[in-house]
Design a protein around this ligand. Structure first.
Ligand code: GLA
Ligand code: ZN
Length: 678
């Protein structure tokens, strides 16, 4: 049976259980005035739904659901398993997690159930089965929201034993585990499955403030296992819902580039991706764009913006207010990159508890009805605008010629490695190359190793540390067939078990890249070296320098710095192979160097860099439907600016008018130009 499609949801987390019942109706009337059409309910209500093991009480939720329906609110119904009732932990201590220091938790907090606890699994399954049975045909229900922001790790004995079971399912025998992990290193050889323990501070994780495992292969497998174990919890709840409800979409809210979960694996199990966007006051627009594109890239499909704050985030170091227009701008930025909902945390600001200073649609000042606030008015204005957008926009998709590859095993592996540089930050590295494209005005797709490469003119894989032979073969055939593949330092270094490829880096990518690397040099912080770009330009480089020997590749740039004993060695190479090209970047280039690199990529991949305006604060992004192209021009800055109109024949959906050849965008200004397709 086909899943129900979601309308444009405008709403978010509402926690009426924190408020006297007498205030609920007033809240909903107020929220309707702001054009809120959706509520995310029941996220943390387990303790109310089940006061003890024998008792379930849905009476409060029944009332809330009925009220939501009365006010035509579409409900995103959470399964409530993100926070565990105190009695559960008191009765079943194994439901609580053990941390990396071996401390077993008591009750409290949230997002902290041990994924391997049989008691948690059965209690959660029971609760969710009842919720699903009770509400699956409720008229207000549009989407299921399983748990909340899955993440973190557990190191308890149940996890240790589940890890061994996981290993037995992934390796033929213990000898294969020893071989994969090279466990003769420091005498780690395992003679019995029971000897394998989670890598933690009490066991094999060196805690120098950085958590570096002795056996990286084991630590990588532990991460895979924990991601899979939490995913199994998600699947358990999903199955409980699907037993009675075949058609309501099921999601859980993700957190973009968080480290713990391999979202490419998770997305396969989700009907629709949703995520929580909390940029800090100093997050570059390109980073937020990248995160949206990553969330879109998980399923190559539109997603839900499940949470953002209407104004401040209290858990960041400074509760900077979103300036007038900024929340609207960030909402449209999400839509531009594929969001089909705009949702907030939260509808009503808590009066107490850790989130009392977090932004909300109904703030403390607004709560009694005596004052109306700027934030409320901005939400209201946005709600009216969103309601006027054409349905066709939701049917449209992002499309990009350039893809940037993101890979959780590489993220884990390269940050687990002791060396070559303490400055290694995987997300920052990926962002550098995303930003290189973004700054040139290109639409970018974020993809994973399993995503088909064929549709992209260029695939850029920064710091693709973990690279299997099968992936190298996929890359080679992509290049042979006409693709342009780009990779960097610290790519193709190890196999899936963190074993370094012998015979020169980057292992099985040597042939497609037409080069081999002898060693890599880490530059201390603040150190830069000079790089000659072709004959007449230069730039500076930092972080890491590969000592590269080209075999069939031609050299596009060289180190040109007397302080380096390898000065004159290649810094950028290009190998022409079959109908395509493979480029290799051996060092971290500055902005001028990246610009040079991009011109080389563009030339190889046939990209027209003159077609788009370079980023000068205004982001230009496209969504395409059968009928139209939607061009978003978004001033991401607090300063008014003028740019060439990227779609001069288009009609601006927000103002209803065509726009002049030069777009004058106010601070955080947005236009969405709809151009019918020929
Ligand atoms: C997360 C959670 C919410 C809330 C917000 C606050 O996204 O999912 O429950 O705590 O953070 O920013
Ligand atoms: Zn555990």
């Amino acid at each position: 049976m086909a899943l129900k499609t979601l309308p444009l949801l405008f709403g978010g987390d509402y926690n009426p259980e924190q408020w006297p019942e007498a205030t609920w109706e007033g809240d909903l009337i107020k929220l309707r005035q702001a054009h809120i059409n959706s509520l995310t309910l029941n996220v943390f209500s387990w303790a109310l739904l089940q006061p003890n093991e024998a008792t379930y009480d849905f009476s409060l939720l029944d009332k809330i659901m009925a009220l939501a329906a009365k006010y035509q609110m579409k409900v995103v119904l959470a399964t409530a398993t993100g926070a565990i009732p105190a009695w559960v932990i008191e009765k079943y201590p194994d439901v609580a997690r053990t941390d990396i220091d071996g401390r077993h938790a008591r009750q409290g907090m949230r997002h902290n159930a041990c994924p391997s606890s049989p008691n948690f699994q059965s209690l959660a399954q029971d609760l969710v089965s009842r919720l699903a049975a009770r509400y699956h045909d409720h008229p207000a229900l549009v989407c299921w929201h399983i748990s909340n922001e899955y993440g973190g790790q557990c190191y308890c004995d149940n996890c240790a034993s589940a890890f061994r079971t996981w290993l037995r399912g992934h390796y033929p025998d213990l000898a294969a585990v020893n071989a994969a992990w090279n466990s003769n290193f420091w005498g780690h050889t395992f003679h019995d499955w029971s000897e394998i323990l989670p890598p933690m501070h009490l066991t094999d994780m060196i805690d120098a403030g950085s958590d570096k495992p002795v056996l990286a292969g084991a630590a990588l497998d532990y991460r895979r296992f924990q991601s899979d174990a939490l995913l199994a919890n998600f699947k358990l709840e999903k199955a409980a819902i699907r037993a009675v409800d075949a058609t309501t979409p099921i999601t859980t809210n993700l957190m973009s580039t968080q480290k713990d979960l391999d979202y490419f694996q998770w997305a396969k199990e989700m009907d629709i991706v949703s995520w929580d966007n909390y940029p800090s006051f100093d997050t570059p627009a390109s980073e937020t764009a990248m995160k949206h594109d990553l969330m879109a890239g998980l399923r190559q499909a539109p997603f839900m913006l499940m949470e953002q704050t209407p104004s401040q985030q209290n858990w960041q170091p400074y509760c900077a207010l979103k300036k007038p227009g900024e929340m609207r701008m960030l909402s449209y930025q999400a839509v531009a990159h594929g969001a089909n909902t705009v949702q907030f945390f939260q509808m009503k600001q808590s009066q107490n508890g850790i989130e009392k200073f977090h932004g909300a649609v109904i703030s403390h000042a607004e709560a009694t009805g005596t004052h109306e606030t700027r934030v409320f008015r901005e939400v209201q204005a946005l709600g009216a605008e969103l309601a006027s957008l054409p349905a066709d926009l939701l049917a449209s998709r992002n499309r990009a010629k350039v893809a940037v590859l993101f890979d959780w095993p590489s993220f884990w592996g390269v940050e687990y490695a002791t060396g070559p540089s303490r400055q290694m930050d995987y997300v920052k590295q990926v962002h550098l190359y995303y930003q290189m494209c973004y700054d040139a005005g290109l639409d970018v797709a974020m993809i994973g190793k399993e995503t088909p490469f064929d549709g992209f003119a260029a695939v850029i894989a920064p710091v693709m540390y973990t690279t299997s032979e099968a992936l190298s073969a996929k890359i080679a055939s992509y290049v042979q067939g006409g693709g342009t593949f780009v990779t960097t330092y610290m790519s193709g270094i190890v196999d899936d078990h963190d074993n370094v490829y012998l015979g020169g880096y980057p292992g099985s990518l040597q042939e497609v890249l037409g080069l081999w690397n002898e060693e890599f040099d880490a530059l201390p912080p603040e150190t830069t070296v000079n790089v000659a770009l072709g004959a007449d330009q230069s730039c500076s480089a930092s972080f890491l320098c590969d000592v590269t020997h080209p075999t069939t590749a031609k050299v596009l740039a060289t180190y040109d710095d007397a302080q380096l004993f390898y000065t004159g060695a290649p810094a950028i190479c290009q190998n022409d192979l079959g109908r395509g090209h493979a480029l290799y970047v051996g060092t971290q280039l500055d902005a001028a160097g990246l610009r040079f690199l991009l011109t080389k990529i563009a030339a190889a991949a046939g990209l027209d860099l003159t077609a788009a305006e370079p980023f000068a604060g205004v982001e230009v992004t496209h969504r395409y439907s059968r009928q139209a192209t939607y061009t978003f021009a978004i001033n991401t800055t607090a300063k008014a600016c003028a740019v060439a109109n990227p779609a001069p024949t288009g009609l601006d959906l927000l103002s209803g008018a065509t726009q002049p050849a030069t777009l004058n965008l106010p601070a955080f200004g947005v236009v969405i130009l709809k151009t019918p397709r020929a």
